[in-house]
Design a protein around this ligand. Structure first.
Ligand SMILES: [Zn+2]
Ligand SMILES: [Zn+2]
Length: 132
């Protein structure tokens, strides 16, 4: 599937995926101003056009964005070389929302009606450490 940032300077190419996970953690909400709707795409991801600007937000992850228009592009999990791409890049694609991560960091002022699997931050870290 192909997506692009708001100004069109960066095209993102990844394998087709139909599932979205979102993250309610304080860092994602500071970065995006809402939960981060994202597609887990593995390492087979390429960026054409302008080089993404990146920011290392933790010891294990880098976040990328378009340096021209500011569109959030990816969360790159370094240990597994996995790209978690912003779902909003892919406007022509159908997705199903499956999982809400860091449900324990979700503020009270919103709640989604979707039927999803809800996972706490501790459960995310437990899964992450058992994977690696
Ligand atoms: Zn852009
Ligand atoms: Zn997050």
């Amino acid at each position: 599937m192909k997506g692009k940032c708001l100004c069109g300077s960066i095209e993102v190419v990844a394998d087709d995926h139909g599932e979205i996970n979102l993250c309610h953690c304080t860092m994602c909400r500071r970065w995006t101003s809402g939960p981060m709707f994202a597609v887990h795409c593995g390492s087979n991801v390429s960026f054409n056009g302008l080089e993404p600007t990146s920011y290392q937000s933790s010891d294990w992850a880098v976040r990328g964005f378009c340096g021209k228009c500011g569109t959030h592009l990816f969360y790159h999990l370094l240990p597994s070389d996995e790209y978690i791409l912003s779902a909003g890049l892919f406007q022509d694609h159908d997705f199903e929302l499956l999982t809400e991560l860091f449900i324990d960091e979700k503020p009270d002022f919103y709640a989604l009606a979707n039927e999803t699997q809800k996972i706490t931050g501790q459960e995310v870290f437990d899964r992450f450490s058992s994977d690696s």
